[in-house]
Design a protein around this ligand. Structure first.
Ligand code: SAM
Length: 290
């Protein structure tokens, strides 16, 4: 397993603090994806960074299981931490819980108790994202993160957030993870194609697309946010190796649809563009042919 430790030059796009520039909640890229796509699905998020997209799919979009994989082990640690924060902000899910929700802090001297009214809960339930972001971030700062209860053998609980999320460290182009064996219904690759392309060349990108095809179930969906060719320049200036690799690239992001079709995907469905400024990029989906 390749582990990239935090380096000064994020040559894999392994930015720390990436979500200071990207929306931390309600990612507009996910907003373009058909609402039902993730429901009950096994999902792989390749290049999950600090796990924000991964957790959003797991918590709000009703996926059964979501695995985030990233080449950088410090980002994967941050992703596990983020999962705990999202859990700490999540409101109670059962009506009986709303009668009296007792939250105790392991770090606080005195016990903290808060009562949550039914009307508060109903307001949160009716808002987009269900019970996400119900408690303020400040609670975690004041009282510490909430412990995650064991799911045990309870199948119903295992399939909902936070139990339905796992993170792994791997260079997923070069090595599989145990979850690949069961296959996926959806694979998400947001803002990662450029980094695979610049690090490993055209062949590495083709290998990536072939691996996605291999582990997707028949009829499964590949959700791709490719970076435009105009954005490669900045990455090349970052590092002489990437600059040298870039000289040999023949494929351009406009060719990706054709390459994916050669591998066995259907034609691209262009869902539109999301993001602001330099982050405005297309979101395309490709279905694995039966
Ligand atoms: C620019 S960030 C995008 C993060 C996230 N997908 C998003 O768009 O919000 C690219 C991420 O891909 C990861 N990455 C790059 N190459 C990878 C590889 N071969 N295998 C797994 N992760 C990789 C980087 O560490 C980084 O976290």
């Amino acid at each position: 397993m390749v582990m990239a430790t935090k380096t000064r030059v994020p040559t894999h796009g392994n930015y720390h603090g990436y979500y200071n520039k990207r929306p931390a909640t309600n990612d507009p890229r996910l907003g373009l994806v058909p609402r039902g796509l993730f429901v009950g699905a096994r999902v792989l998020d390749v290049g999950c960074n600090e796990g924000l997209v991964t957790c959003e799919i797991a918590q709000n979009l009703h996926a059964k299981r979501v695995i985030g994989v990233d080449i950088d082990d410090t980002l994967v640690s941050a992703a596990w931490k983020h999962r705990r924060s999202v859990w700490s902000q999540q409101g109670p899910t059962h009506r009986e819980d709303t009668q009296e929700d007792v939250r105790e802090s392991s770090t606080s001297d005195s016990r903290k108790r808060r009562r949550i009214s039914n009307s508060d809960t109903e307001a949160a339930l009716s808002s987009q994202g269900g019970l996400a972001n119900y408690f303020p971030v400040s609670f975690e700062h004041m009282f510490g993160p909430l412990p995650i209860p064991a799911s045990g053998a309870n199948k119903d609980v295992a399939d909902i957030f936070p139990h339905n999320v796992t993170f792994r460290t791997a260079d997923w182009v070069k090595e599989g993870i145990p979850e690949d064996a069961e296959g996926y219904d959806v694979i998400v690759a947001f803002s990662i194609s450029k980094w695979i392309h610049l690090n490993g060349g055209d062949e590495s990108l083709r290998t990536f697309f072939r691996r996605v095809h291999e582990v997707l179930n028949p009829g499964g969906t590949f959700v791709l946010e490719p970076q435009g060719w105009d954005t490669y320049g900045k990455a090349k200036r970052m590092d002489s190796r990437l600059k040298e690799n870039a000289r040999h690239l023949l494929l351009r992001p406009d060719d990706f649809g054709r390459v994916l079709q050669e591998i066995g995907f259907g034609p691209a469905e262009h869902l539109g563009e999301a993001g602001e400024g330099g982050f405005r990029r297309p979101i395309d989906i490709y279905r694995k042919m039966q």
